[in-house]
Design a protein around this ligand. Structure first.
Ligand SMILES: CC(C)(COP(=O)(O)OP(=O)(O)OC[C@H]1O[C@@H](n2cnc3c(N)ncnc32)[C@H](O)[C@@H]1OP(=O)(O)O)[C@@H](O)C(=O)NCCC(=O)NCCS
Length: 149
């Protein structure tokens, strides 16, 4: 793991209220997409989430932790505001999520990512590589029903 620390003045909170519009704004800030209403629907099913705010209260980072209700937790939708990236915020978000997932009794925390984010998740955040499987459901379903091609 790198020794980089989060910048001063950023506050990280587990399960603090975050409005749906704030998550949408955060996603747009880094060029991502986020359907309005998504976070409001998902929140109640999460083990928890981490929000990072600057001194003005602006949401500058977010990560959600889904789970199976037992010992498996899943890190998803890690986001750092576009103007705040590469300052250690993402790494700190993940550290706080790791701490709370463990405190909640989970044994394993999973994440999947594109190869280009290996330096972030593997080197900076400390995940190890594992075998995994994936089905593209839209394609698989279309093929199974004869609808593909
Ligand atoms: C991925 C993301 C959350 C990283 O957040 P961040 O706050 O910029 O990350 P950090 O500053 O904590 O990065 C720590 C280290 O991870 C690595 N890293 C960070 N972002 C990276 C990227 N986009 N590509 C490759 N390595 C990256 C670097 O080694 C970095 O250290 P350095 O800046 O000294 O080189 C951010 O780029 C983001 O929000 N991206 C858009 C959304 C996204 O793709 N989320 C991931 C979904 S799986």
């Amino acid at each position: 793991m790198t020794a980089k620390h989060s910048p001063p003045g950023i506050d990280y909170r587990w399960r603090e209220p975050i409005a749906d519009e704030e998550v949408v704004d955060l996603a747009l800030s880094h060029g991502g997409r986020c359907e309005a209403g998504w976070w409001s629907r998902v929140r109640e099913h999460s083990l928890g989430w981490v929000g990072a705010r600057d001194r003005s209260g602006l949401l500058v980072g977010f990560v959600n932790v889904a789970w199976d209700g037992g010992d498996h937790a899943f890190l998803i939708d890690t986001k750092t505001r576009g103007s705040h990236q590469r300052r250690g915020i993402g790494r700190q978000l993940v550290q706080v999520a790791v701490h709370h997932a463990a405190a909640a009794g989970c044994e394993w925390l999973f994440v999947d990512f594109g190869a280009e984010l290996g330096p972030f998740y593997l080197d900076a955040c400390g995940f190890r590589r594992t075998d995994a499987g994936l089905i593209h459901l839209t394609t698989a379903t279309a093929t199974a029903t004869g609808g593909a091609g």
